[in-house]
Design a protein around this ligand. Structure first.
Ligand SMILES: *Cc1c(COP(=O)(O)O)cnc(C)c1O
Length: 381
């Protein structure tokens, strides 16, 4: 028997309480019980997104939310600026091109965060740009972009909106949708929201709705205006993922009971212990700056194949982490610590990494990373 541990940067573990909640009988989405449930989760999402605006709930993976965040705001021929610092930045570009937008890309070296001044320079040269697309946390490299600073740049440009993929950021670290002026914020269920895959969430500012008014809408299923018209009445345009929404109610109640600041502090504590543990084990972090608290991207030591580390974690110890993508394949491996995770997920994953490296012939002192994490995570009496 091999006990399984899910420490991938999505999907993430789901708590027994949430699994049980989702096992409840399905209710009909036009019945009054659903409207009551939907009303509660809509309010909870506004709290989580730190916004007064509606947060639309879609039945799709996170990419469906991203597609909606392109199709509803850009018409064919419109200009878009994409920050591409990894696989998910690249995805913004692909979606924009699919909907006929003219894309300018800021290529950011993998492992680095975008310089907000670079965005300011492009917008100054090309004020016709309708939307700027960025990740709050680029999961392929483990780097967080400074969306607060980017919003300061974009908010001065009339007619330009900032669209943030916060799929591994929201619920991990502070994302102040309204206070910072993030126009469209997207997240998904299977990352920090600790649900199974299947829901996407999109908040839209007043400025962004005005842009949407003028756009020639290229969406049918992901038509956000149509969804808003239904969702403000606690209904959805089409059949919602009812059981997932029941699970979401449970997640939001748990997060509320903990408090947003406490959630961010816990995620920070775990991420810090993981990073320090990695360094104490003699390994190096892949991000060259601003590491995301959602996951840790670790460089494979010289002479060790990163894919072998990732594969052995799964085969030898039942731990599903992630490897590197594209040119980082074999160079890095990634371990997530967002959502339903705690002290021992960090300690266990550091222990397993040390054991795998040792069995791959790398010289490592067993327990070196673990001891550092234990020290940092020791409960204060
Ligand atoms: C997981 C993820 C997505 C969405 O992926 P789906 O597989 O469509 O849910 C998008 N952006 C980032 C940064 C992610 O981590």
């Amino acid at each position: 028997m091999l006990k399984r541990y899910l420490l991938a940067p999505g999907p993430t573990p789901v708590s027994p309480e949430v699994l049980l909640a989702m096992a409840k009988p399905v209710i009909h989405h036009r019945a009054p019980e659903f409207a009551e449930l939907f009303g509660e989760v809509r309010e909870g999402l506004k709290w989580l997104f730190q916004t007064k605006n509606d947060v639309l709930i879609l039945a799709s993976s996170g990419t469906g939310g991203m597609e909606g965040a392109v199709a509803n705001f850009l018409s064919p021929g419109d200009r878009a600026l994409v920050v591409n610092g990894g696989k998910f930045g690249e995805r913004w570009g692909k979606i924009c091109k699919t909907f006929g937008a003219h894309v300018t890309e800021i290529k950011v070296e993998w492992g680095h965060a975008v310089d907000p001044q670079a965005v300011a320079d492009v917008l100054k040269k090309d004020p016709a740009i309708k939307a700027v697309y960025v990740q709050a946390s680029e999961t392929s490299t483990g780097v967080a972009h400074d969306t607060k600073a980017l919003a300061e740049v974009v908010r001065t440009c009339e007619g330009t909106i900032l669209v943030v993929d916060a799929i591994t950021a929201l619920g991990v670290f502070d994302i102040q949708t309204d206070a910072w002026g993030l126009d469209v914020v997207v997240t998904g269920s299977q990352k920090a929201l600790m649900l199974p895959p299947g829901l996407a969430f999109v908040s839209v500012s007043e400025k962004a709705w005005q842009v949407a008014e003028k756009a020639r809408n290229g969406a049918f299923y992901f038509d956000l205006k149509k969804e808003r018209a239904s969702q403000v009445k606690n209904q959805t345009a089409y059949t919602p993922a009812v059981s997932m929404i029941i699970g979401l109610q449970e997640v939001l109640r748990t997060l509320k009971a903990e408090g947003l600041d406490a959630v961010f502090a816990r995620q920070e504590r775990l991420a810090h212990a993981m990073r320090e543990g990695v360094k104490a084990a003699g390994l190096s972090l892949f991000p060259k700056m601003s590491p995301s608290n959602a996951l840790t991207a670790i460089s494979a030591p010289d002479g060790v194949d990163g894919q072998a580390i990732y594969k052995n974690l799964r085969v030898q110890y039942g731990i599903t982490a992630a490897g590197g993508q594209d040119h980082l394949k074999g160079q890095i491996f990634r371990i997530a610590h967002m959502g339903y995770v705690d002290t021992f997920d960090v300690i266990m994953s550091l222990a397993a990494v040390e054991m795998v490296l040792k069995s791959l012939g790398h010289s490592i002192k067993l327990g070196s990373g673990v001891a550092k994490a234990q020290e940092l995570l020791l409960a204060k009496s």
